[in-house]
Design a binder for this molecule. Structure first.
Ligand SMILES: Nc1ncnc2c1ncn2[C@@H]1O[C@H](COP(=O)(O)OP(=O)(O)OP(=O)(O)O)[C@@H](O)[C@H]1O
Length: 242
C-alpha cells in the first residue's frame, strides 16, 4: 500500500470562530475518498489547506511523502485540483484557459489540452469564451484543468454541481477509469448517491471535525452512504461502521 495523501492534525480557525480542527486521515493510492458534510462543515477549508491555498494554523500535509509546507513545489507537483473556479478566467476561451495552466507543466505537450477537453466533452466549445458557458460547462472545464498535468492525486470540490446527465456520466467514467489506473481522488459532494457509485472511502465532516471515516466495502448490505450520513447527523451510532 502506498499512502498518497497524509493529513495530520490540520486545524484552521477564522476570526469569526468558524473553521476546522484536528483533522487526521490518509488516502492510499487508487482510492476514491468522498468528503461529505453539511453546508459550512469545513470541506472547502480542508481542501484549501491540503492544496496550500490556505495556510492552516496547525498540522501538516504530506503528498506522496513530501511535506507541503517544507517542499511545496515538489509536493504539489503531482496534484490536480478544482476548488471553486479560482483559476478559470471567464474572458478567455476554454482552450486559452488551459494554455495558461499548462505553462506550469513544461513536460506536458500542448496537445494535452485537446485530449483533456475531449475527455470532458468540451471539444465543440473549446474556442468559446467561458463567459458564455453554463455552470455545468464550467464544471467540466474545471475537471479538465485538474486532469491537465496527469496528476497522481486529484482534489475536486463539488465537481458534480450543475452537471447534466451526460456530464455526470463523463465525470463518473473519468473517476472510475483513472482510479483503476492508480490515480487517487479526494472529492467533496452533497450528491451522496453519486459518490456511492465510485467512492472507496467516506469521511463525514461535521462542525469542522472529521466525525468518522468509513470503508465502502464494510457497509452492511443495502446501506447507502446517505443512510449512514442521516444516522450520523441525527446522532445515531451505526454499529460496526463508525
Ligand atoms: N475566509 C473565511 N473567513 C471567515 N470564515 C470563513 C472563511 N472561509 C470559510 N469560512 C467559514 O468556515 C466555515 C466552513 O466553510 P467551508 O466553505 O469550508 O464549508 P463547506 O463544508 O465547504 O460548506 P458548503 O458545503 O456550503 O460548501 C463556514 O462557516 C464558513 O462561513
Amino acid at each position: 500500500m502506498e499512502t498518497v495523501l497524509e493529513v495530520s492534525n490540520i486545524g484552521k480557525r477564522f476570526k469569526n470562530g468558524r473553521g476546522i480542527s484536528d483533522i487526521n486521515f490518509s488516502i492510499e493510492k487508487g482510492n476514491v475518498f468522498g468528503l461529505i458534510g453539511p453546508n459550512g462543515a469545513g470541506k472547502t477549508t480542508l481542501m484549501k489547506a491540503i492544496t496550500g491555498l490556505l495556510k492552516p494554523d496547525t498540522g501538516k500535509v504530506k503528498i506522496s511523502g513530501k511535506n507541503l509546507e517544507e517542499d511545496y513545489k515538489s509536493a504539489i507537483r503531482d496534484v490536480g485540483a478544482n476548488i471553486g473556479s479560482a483559476s478559470i478566467y471567464s474572458h478567455l476561451t476554454a482552450w486559452q484557459n488551459l494554455k495558461m495552466i499548462i505553462r506550469f507543466y513544461p513536460e506536458q505537450p500542448i496537445s494535452r489540452i485537446d485530449d483533456v477537453l475531449k475527455s470532458v466533452g468540451l471539444s465543440k466549445y473549446k474556442h468559446d469564451k467561458v463567459s458564455s458557458y453554463s455552470m455545468g460547462m464550467v464544471q467540466r472545464l474545471g475537471l479538465a484543468a485538474a486532469l491537465l498535468p496527469k496528476p497522481k492525486l486529484i482534489i475536486l470540490d463539488e465537481p458534480a454541481n450543475g452537471l447534466d446527465i451526460d456530464g455526470m456520466l463523463v465525470f463518473r467514467n473519468v473517476v472510475r477509469q483513472l482510479s483503476d489506473e492508480g490515480v487517487t481522488f479526494l472529492i467533496s459532494s452533497h450528491l451522496t448517491s453519486e459518490l456511492d457509485k465510485f467512492c472507496t472511502h467516506f469521511g463525514i465532516l461535521i462542525d469542522g471535525e472529521l466525525q468518522c471515516i468509513v470503508r465502502k466495502d464494510l457497509f452492511s448490505a443495502g446501506k447507502s452512504i446517505e443512510d449512514l450520513y442521516v444516522e450520523r447527523i441525527g446522532g445515531v451510532h451505526v454499529a460496526g461502521i463508525c
